[in-house]
Ligand binder design. Structure first.
Ligand code: 0O2
Length: 237
């Protein structure tokens, strides 16, 4: 209960000091239209990247009778999450600085069935001559201490407007279904209130164990798929 009050008071302080601060209100007043326009550009960049993945999926489906992508989920960062990041990174509250420093305002999450498909799709995307890789974090080869796994790419993609070409940053997260399932539950636990410290510790431990099980499952599924693919290959004459 004490923790709950503490978090609630912190939340109020954050809203008062950050979201309702003179600096923030001033920023909103001066930048409403340019901010909306910038967010629209990020949405366009998401469309570009989504289309690239859909095209690749179609091509693989035709060529190999295999859809590497199960689903794609995209989002632009919510305003409160964006402001929180501006505050945590201690960057100036200007549109230029936000665009320069916050690299995950546009996010595209690609969910695959198999781990190999993640690397295949990432390679195919990065080979395209209008895509620039800014940062790559491989949390599959190097999972986070809590067990989180995904491949993260920060890329720059051009969008073509009426009179201008603009390079926009997009964060691409590639995961298997198992990695995504795990991350959703971890996200729920992370933001859950009303959990006693004992229970919380126990749940984090169990979640960590689930991460190991899910990594083992991905490996085993990949192995089965590889063996099935071998059967499709024509036998040597
Ligand atoms: P949301 O709600 O998805 O926007 P950087 O951006 O490089 O300054 P950061 O934020 O540490 O530093 O980058 P990183 O590690 O690549 O993580 C970015 C995003 O990956 C997060 O965005 C999450 O979506 C996801 N992610 C990273 N680690 C975890 C994790 O342990 N659990 C889960 N469930 N997701 C994770 P945001 O901004 O945190 O949130």
């Amino acid at each position: 209960m004490e923790i709950e009050h503490f978090l609630e008071s912190k939340r109020e302080v954050f809203i008062r000091e950050s979201l309702m601060s003179d600096a923030f209100l001033d920023f909103v007043e001066r930048n409403t239209d340019p901010f909306d326009r910038l967010m629209a550009y990020y949405k366009c960049a998401i469309m570009e990247v989504e289309t690239k993945f859909k095209v690749l999926n179609e091509e693989f489906s035709l060529q190999y009778d295999h859809n590497p992508i199960e689903s794609i989920k995209s989002r632009t960062k919510s305003i409160d999450s964006l402001i929180r990041k501006v505050r945590d990174k201690q960057i100036p509250l200007t549109l230029e600085s936000i665009e320069e420093n916050i690299k995950d305002i546009a996010g595209v999450r690609v969910i695959c069935s198999f781990t190999d498909d993640i690397y295949l799709l990432a390679d195919c995307l990065l080979k395209q001559d209008d895509i620039t890789l800014l940062k790559r974090k491989d949390y599959i080869q190097n999972p986070k201490p809590n067990g989180y796994r995904s491949l993260h790419l920060i890329v720059e993609v051009p969008i073509f407007l009426q009179n201008e070409k603009r390079n926009m940053k997009v964060e691409v997260q590639l995961r298997t279904i198992a990695m995504d399932f795990w991350a959703s539950l971890e996200h729920k636990l992370r933001y859950k209130k009303n959990v006693s410290p004992d229970l919380e510790e126990q749940l984090w431990q169990e979640l960590y164990e689930c991460a190991q099980v899910s990594a083992a499952l991905d490996m085993k599924m990949q192995g089965i798929k590889n063996r099935l693919s071998m059967l499709d290959k024509p036998l040597p004459q």
